[in-house]
Design a protein around this ligand. Structure first.
Ligand code: ZN
Length: 418
């Protein structure tokens, strides 16, 4: 249901002095940044800000505590000298138009440059940053030792270390575009966002003149192997894995799922593609536990392993839904925005079995040539419940379909064996 449109003056109740507010115009999707205008999500520039919420996602809460403790200067404006991107990312066709990119600011990495003239007057901050890195992984070293990767001094520095460009993204939601992407009414979306965050952002209701929202959620990191200038040029092959965070596996090597093996396999395919003259992209989304959070995730693990009949593929999705209310909240519909921003038009090797990811990517107009599943010998023993359940649910696989009887068999470890 649409919400009533209140005049901005109603904010005078919570922020005295906020009469005659004049948000700086921001025309979402305009091709020229001068026409588009900056995103201003300032906590101090109440009169001119044009976005709800604030920078740094969930970390803004720590900033609030730092301010409360007197460790963060009130009214602080960052000194952004020398923070500009180390790699030039010129505008791409997908940056233009109100509906192709709706969850990040395409000009976010250049905000303090293209809107330089307005920096003196307004608190404008980058929402994308671009740097370079060396990454070193034991799985890369294994691939080198087994002869699958070679040290070329360019993409691979040594047996375990690769060169890459990395890009961090903060979410900037254009609410009408987000609503359109999900096929819901924008007023209804704003009310749900307001209510489900415990009323954290009253302006979702009171400032319907503001269409932009910086949600307090985790961002995205992109790792590019090979020359980023090749992205979007169909003369060069492109490999890609879109990976949703799984801290337990990605960082700590937990064996209940295939996340880290699939991630490192994706990195290997990306390096291999870059070494063959192409470019590889790992897009890492902070959507822990299918965006249900780690507390929910561990509750589900317990419920799976304690259920009558043991941990098995047949009930894998059901146990999640019982605890979380849904099976998945990652909303892959927003995921391709990052790929569109990068200028990717064709993925030659998509390292993913997920139909939801595949369909979202092709739905965004990006061609997928080949889908690559995780090699069987990389699946940890306790992760067969997950992988079998996913295959049975229709995830991409080149192997034989699971029978109903096979799905009923308990395959996960019980707690007694821990
Ligand atoms: Zn996992």
């Amino acid at each position: 249901m649409p919400v009533a449109c209140h005049a901005p003056l109603t904010l005078g109740c919570s922020h005295p002095g906020q009469f005659n507010v004049h948000p700086v115009p921001c025309v979402w999707g305009a091709a020229d940044p001068k026409d588009r205008g900056p995103v201003i999500a300032s906590t101090t520039d109440f009169m001119n800000k044009n976005a709800i919420g604030t920078h740094n996602g969930a970390y803004s809460t720590y900033r609030a505590v730092a301010l409360a403790c007197g460790r963060y200067p009130a009214g602080f404006k960052p000194d952004l000298t020398n923070t500009q991107p180390v790699v030039h990312f010129p505008p791409r066709a997908g940056w233009t138009g109100a509906s192709r990119i709706v969850s990040i600011d395409p000009w976010g990495h250049l905000a303090h440059m293209v809107f330089k003239d307005q920096l003196v007057k307004h608190d404008i901050r980058p929402t994308i940053s671009i740097t370079k890195a060396h990454i070193s992984l034991k799985e890369i070293e294994e691939a080198t030792l087994k002869g699958r990767l070679v040290v070329d001094g360019e993409v691979m520095r040594n047996a375990s270390t690769a060169n890459c460009t990395k890009i961090a993204f903060e979410h900037v939601w254009h609410l009408p575009g987000i609503a359109q992407r999900f096929g819901v009414e924008v007023g209804h979306l704003r009310r749900c966002l307001f209510e489900e965050t415990g009323g954290m952002f009253p302006e979702l209701i009171t400032r319907t003149d503001l269409d932009i929202f910086l949600p307090p959620i985790g961002g995205v990191t992109v790792y590019i192997f090979g020359d980023p200038a090749k992205l979007g040029n169909k003369a060069f092959p492109c490999a890609c894995r879109v990976h949703d965070e799984c801290n337990g596996s990605d960082v700590f090597g937990s064996d209940i799922c295939t996340c880290r093996p699939y991630l490192t396999h994706g990195i290997e395919v990306c390096i291999e593609t870059a070494q063959k003259g192409g470019v590889g992209v790992i897009a890492y989304y902070r959507k822990e536990g299918r965006a249900l959070g780690e507390v929910t995730k561990f509750l589900v693990y317990n419920a799976r392993k304690r259920q009558e009949g043991g941990d098995r593929a047949e009930t894998y999705f059901l146990r999640t839904e019982c605890v979380a209310g849904v099976q998945d909240m990652r909303f892959q519909e927003l995921m391709p925005d990052i790929l569109v921003w990068l200028g990717i038009e064709r993925i030659d090797k998509l390292v993913s079995m997920s139909d939801m990811k595949h369909d979202a990517i092709t739905g965004a107009g990006i061609e997928v040539v080949e889908r690559i599943q995780i090699p069987d010998d990389m699946i940890p023993s306790d992760a067969h419940v997950e992988i079998d359940a996913k295959k049975a649910a229709g995830y991409f696989s080149t192997g034989p379909a699971m029978t109903e009887e096979e799905l009923k068999q308990a395959k996960g470890r019980g707690f007694e064996k821990y």
